[in-house]
Design a protein around this ligand. Structure first.
Ligand SMILES: Cc1ncc(C[n+]2csc(CCOP(=O)(O)OP(=O)(O)O)c2C)c(N)n1
Length: 655
């Protein structure tokens, strides 16, 4: 109440209501050590209802994490350790960034997947070194959001028995009573997903909470949901059970009335009774004993199983295995013309042998996205060691679960679908970027080039939209060799997600003995073909399938006496990270530029400048064979040639 009042913004009602649940959980069930928040076998806790952040911050302070009362007084202020919604990396003990409702549940489920997988791979008889629970608290909003449905269905199917969720059934959202819009039988829904569901009719009944949590822990083959009836703004005489208690300070007067009603020992803001603090801290110290016990278990594991122990540590550090890059295949003319999705499948299979932490799958598009690791079993309830994931037709859930898998540690998840459906998982891509997760998206069917499936499936604005996400890396390779480089970059780029954007259609083999080496792709952009003497009058830039068009145009222009340079730019973001001298060597100042991409032009203007031209697409695609669509929409060599000639000879802007 006091922190929200001081910040003059925030959400007091749910932290007030759920204080008893937090108390029971942190003092009697969670295994954690405030002195070592990254202990690998800690129980994970995710506050999916991120707006109730003050609940989490209060508990982290009370249990003795690196968070002070002064930090609580800085709630929602610039660079404070108590941001409005929990953010990974700002506050010790915060496991993930939450706030966009539903995502925390998906993350928790991903963490449970991570636990199950690492346990299956690394635990040995009598040495269960990875063996912990994952807890989450979800609100009405979490349960209404589609992503939670997708992820919960996935969790039930996989029988993730160490997952224990609480549904804060308080009947209140922002607009008022949930009855305005919501009449689901939430418990029945989760039971139907295959979850073990219990009810606690009163959150203030601590022993009922305890019993339910014990029963949830004892249930090891189904995820658990405990539906807890609570009353938002509990203790507040005038705001109890009202939407007013949800997202605004209670007001000084109401805070006083509430403290009086609760029999609180002081009316001073931020007063914490010393005996209460002592009790919490002592309890937390006792709970940290779980880590001391685990340390003994781990020492035994290390002595008895030195090889897997070393491997586990490598994976947890995020180091890739020595020499893994030797496995990256080299494509030659003999391989012929290859679709980049097919080349990607070859590369993935080659490097997966060396990188066991690379696990993933697709949203029911394995054969189209070439994302199966051949010879490896599926990840299933019967085999958590499996590496091939069947996320089902649940793109949003897939993205959220991937974030959780990555947050757990020891795993580099990849997930695949058609580029168009990146929109279905966009909120999770944004969060992956925000949290700097090392996750890899394999997006195939990357343009109008997919052809007959038509405009519903042909991405237009998706490339620019992905590139607009801060911290995101998008790589759209031009041929098989660049695809191999794209995977190299994706594995080596450990801070933030990478999207590999790949074609359905075949791409011409680019003979690297005549053109620039594909290793240039690692710098984001490079000169593929240059004007004689290296002094171009115009620079042609492209990515992916359209690179073949600028290469052709460069040749034609040369025949017509126009000196052009063809630059392949598979990744605008990687190129942006290069030093100025390198960028200048590829895109010299003062030389006019034309960019072509079979997509919305928005992301290219920065690269061509005011006097450049972008040949892109500002309409939806069409249902027809690919070649016809390319011609109809002006994605042609002739258009590049004409544009370049006009630009160079007349000096004007041809558009
Ligand atoms: C995806 C998403 N949509 C909307 C919001 C804005 N928002 C924050 S809390 C909330 C709903 C509040 O109701 P509930 O989830 O029941 O939380 P409680 O009132 O119990 O704290 C909404 C719509 C959000 N945080 N995330």
């Amino acid at each position: 109440m006091d922190a929200v009042q001081k910040a003059d913004s925030g959400h007091p009602g749910t932290p007030m209501a759920l204080a008893p649940l937090a108390y029971v959980l942190w003092t009697q069930h969670l295994r954690y050590n405030p002195a070592d928040p990254s202990w690998i076998n800690r129980d994970r806790f995710v506050l999916s209802a991120g707006h109730a952040s003050m609940l989490l911050y209060s508990v982290l302070y009370l249990t003795g994490y690196d968070l002070t009362l002064d930090d609580l007084k800085q709630f929602r202020q610039w660079e404070s350790r108590t941001p409005g919604h929990p953010e990974l990396g700002y506050t010790a003990g915060v496991e993930t960034t939450t706030g966009p409702l539903g995502q925390g549940m998906g993350n928790a489920i991903g963490m449970a997947v991570g636990e199950a997988h690492l346990g299956a791979v690394f635990n040995r008889e009598g040495h269960a070194v990875i063996d912990h629970n994952v807890y989450f608290i979800a609100s009405d909003g979490d349960l209404m959001e589609g992503v939670s449905h997708e992820a919960a269905s996935f969790a039930g199917h996989l029988k993730l028995g160490k997952l224990i969720g609480f549904y804060d059934d308080n009947h209140i959202t922002i607009e008022g009573d949930t009855a305005l819009t919501y009449s689901d039988d939430a418990a029945g829904r989760f039971a139907a997903y295959g979850w073990h569901v219990q009810h606690v009719p009163d959150v203030n009944d601590l022993s009922a909470l305890n019993r339910a949590i014990d029963a949830a822990k004892a249930e090891t083959i189904k995820p658990s949901l405990i539906v807890v009836r609570s009353h938002i703004g509990y203790g507040s005489p005038n705001k109890l059970d009202t939407a007013e208690a949800h997202g605004a300070p209670l007001g000084a007067e109401e805070i006083t009335l509430t403290k009086q009603a609760l029999g609180y020992p002081s009316l001073d803001p931020f007063y914490v009774a010393p005996e209460a603090l002592r009790h919490w801290r002592e309890t937390a110290r006792r709970r940290a004993g779980a880590q001391s016990e685990w340390n003994k278990l781990y020492a035994g594991y290390k002595a008895a199983f030195p090889a897997p122990e070393k491997e586990l540590q490598r994976r947890l550090r995020g180091d890739l295995p020595d020499g893994w890059e030797d496995a990256i295949p080299v494509f030659t003319e003999k391989d012929g013309n290859v679709a980049s999705r097919a080349a990607s499948g070859v590369v993935l299979n080659a490097i997966a042998k060396k990188i066991p932490e690379l696990i993933g799958g697709s949203a029911d598009l394995a054969s189209s996205t070439n994302t199966i690791i051949k010879g490896e079993p599926s990840f299933s309830a019967a085999n958590y060691a499996g590496r091939n994931f069947h996320f089902g037709i649940r793109e949003h859930g897939m993205g959220s679960v991937m974030n959780g898998m990555s947050l757990h540690g020891g795993i580099i998840p990849y997930g695949a679908t058609f580029l168009i459906f990146s929109d279905y998982m966009r909120p999770t891509i944004r969060l992956a970027s925000f949290m700097e997760r090392h996750v890899i998206y394999v997006y195939t069917h990357d343009s109008i080039g997919l052809g007959e499936d038509g405009p519903t499936h042909q991405p237009i604005e998706q490339l620019s939209a992905l590139r607009a996400i801060p911290g995101m890396t998008v790589i759209r390779p031009a041929d098989a060799s660049e695809t191999a480089e794209a995977w190299r970059s994706a594995l080596n780029h450990k801070k933030g997600p990478v999207a590999l954007v790949l074609t359905r259609q075949k791409l011409a083999f680019i003979d690297r003995s005549k053109y620039g080496s594909a290793r240039g792709a690692a710098r984001g952009a490079y000169v593929l073909a240059d004007a004689p003497g290296g002094s171009p009058e115009v620079v042609l830039i492209s990515s992916g399938s359209e690179v073949a068009l600028i290469v052709e145009a460069q040749k034609k222009l040369e025949a017509e006496g126009v000196r052009a340079r063809a630059v392949s730019m598979p990744s605008q973001e990687i190129f942006s990270r290069q030093d100025a001298a390198y960028r200048e060597s590829v895109l010299p100042k003062g030389i006019r530029r034309i960019a072509m991409e079979a997509a919305h032009p928005m992301s290219w203007y920065k690269w061509v400048g005011f006097d450049g031209v972008v040949l892109g697409i500002e309409r939806f695609g069409a249902s027809a064979p690919a070649a016809r669509i390319f011609t109809e929409l002006g994605m042609t060599v002739d258009r590049i040639v004409d544009t370049a000639k006009t630009m160079v000879r007349k000096g004007g802007n041809p558009t």
